[in-house]
Ligand binder design. Structure first.
Ligand SMILES: [Zn+2]
Ligand SMILES: [Zn+2]
Length: 378
């Protein structure tokens, strides 16, 4: 435990105290590469339990083994660089140890066992890909144009938000099942085959635009209800309890809220006959987009801000200021907020801080229980 605390303190070193050449970046990079290798090898050891069929298909390709080799070598190189450069050897030696464990567990050879069929799984592979893809996209952006300049990746409560990422990735199968359930009922109970065929036959770009308009309309009202009804607010307060806004902050959402929000907003998408191609495109867009609007980015986007949701628009939704209460519910089109009287976007201004007035506890489990305990004490 002591070791973990020391490691966390090393990672949370303020930017001013870790200039280039201090061995911090190589240490953190080495740790990341080592953890990715370890996760990949662990997935190969228990592919039926830990991997999703989609990723398994990728992992059985020959280049994947080479890639894993490269990542493992990078982990060693970075770890050694950090050990040489940095006075505190903790990051370097931790990365080195983890990389060695990954190599001992089979290293790139372990990809041979990947071909399996499985009825149920945890998406550990999905988590790794998720966090890498989004991190590589947003960490440089947040470095180039940060709104809160001194904020680093390892800001307060970063572990909680990464854990939210982990949980929703691990339970990707459960989430998909629960999200689809209401749509399946609707499809089974209705018989608009011709209508569905017509919808799915439209141009894909048009289909994606329609999905965005329809889901955001539903999202707007479900979101507003989560703010309005005290019991529901207990769930949603968890999302609003983030005091720092960045690419991982949006992941903080109560499991039950994710299920409720997704299953309702996905209804038109899955029941009206939209093509798989359009649905997949939308899911990718909404994933990157919702990360984007939480990101720590200083761009004002004054010209397009009134028409499409920008980081500043959603940051106001998370604002701690009085004027930021119950505004900006849309996640794609601010038009809904303008129509229904909840639009708030003063030119080039940002909220003074983020969070909620009430004390939401720290940690995943306490936050999971929060909506149920909150009602009793209030
Ligand atoms: Zn909200
Ligand atoms: Zn948000």
């Amino acid at each position: 435990m002591k070791l973990l605390t020391a490691l966390r303190e090393e990672l949370e070193t303020p930017r001013a105290e870790r200039p280039l050449g201090s061995g911090w970046l190589s240490g953190a990079g080495g740790l990341l590469a080592a953890l990715v290798s370890l996760a990949a090898v662990t997935c190969m050891q228990w592919p039926s339990l830990l991997t999703t069929p989609e990723v398994r298909a990728i992992a059985s390709a020959p280049w994947f083994r080479i890639l894993l080799h490269v990542v493992l070598i990078l982990a060693y190189v970075f770890a050694f660089t950090s050990i040489v450069l940095r006075e505190n050897k903790l990051l370097g030696f931790t990365a080195l140890t983890i990389a060695m464990i990954a190599a001992l567990m089979g290293g790139p050879q372990s990809t041979e066992s990947i071909h399996v069929e499985t009825p149920a799984y945890f998406g550990l592979d999905f988590f790794v890909l998720n966090i890498l893809f989004t991190g590589f996209l947003f960490i440089p952006l947040e470095r180039i144009a940060p709104h809160v300049r001194e904020q680093t990746v390892f800001r307060p409560e970063w572990r909680e938000d990464i854990f939210y990422y982990l949980v929703s990735s691990l339970f990707v199968q459960v989430l998909a099942f629960l999200t689809l359930a209401p749509s399946k009922i609707v499809v089974a109970a209705t018989h608009f085959e011709q209508f569905r065929q017509w919808i799915g036959g439209q141009n894909v770009v048009l289909q994606v635009a329609e999905i965005m308009i329809l889901t955001d309309f539903l999202q707007y009202w479900v979101h507003r209800l989560f703010h309005r009804i005290p019991f529901l607010w207990g769930f949603h307060a968890v999302h609003h309890s983030a005091k720092s806004m960045d690419w991982i902050a949006g992941a903080r959402m109560h499991f039950i809220e994710i299920v409720a929000l997704r299953s309702i907003t996905a209804l038109p998408m899955f029941s009206m006959g939209y093509s798989l191609q359009a649905i997949q495109a939308y899911l990718l867009i909404v994933y990157v987009y919702s990360t984007f609007i939480h990101a720590n980015l200083r761009w004002n986007f004054d010209a397009i801000g009134p028409f499409v949701v920008t980081p500043r628009f959603h940051h106001w939704h998370h604002g701690i200021d009085k004027e930021a209460i119950d505004v900006n519910f849309a996640i794609h089109f601010p038009l809904y907020d303008r129509l229904f009287g909840t639009f708030h976007l003063p030119k080039s201004e940002w909220p003074s801080g983020y969070g909620v007035p009430e004390k939401v506890p720290n940690g995943y489990v306490a936050q999971f229980m929060y909506p149920f305990r909150r009602g009793r004490t209030a």
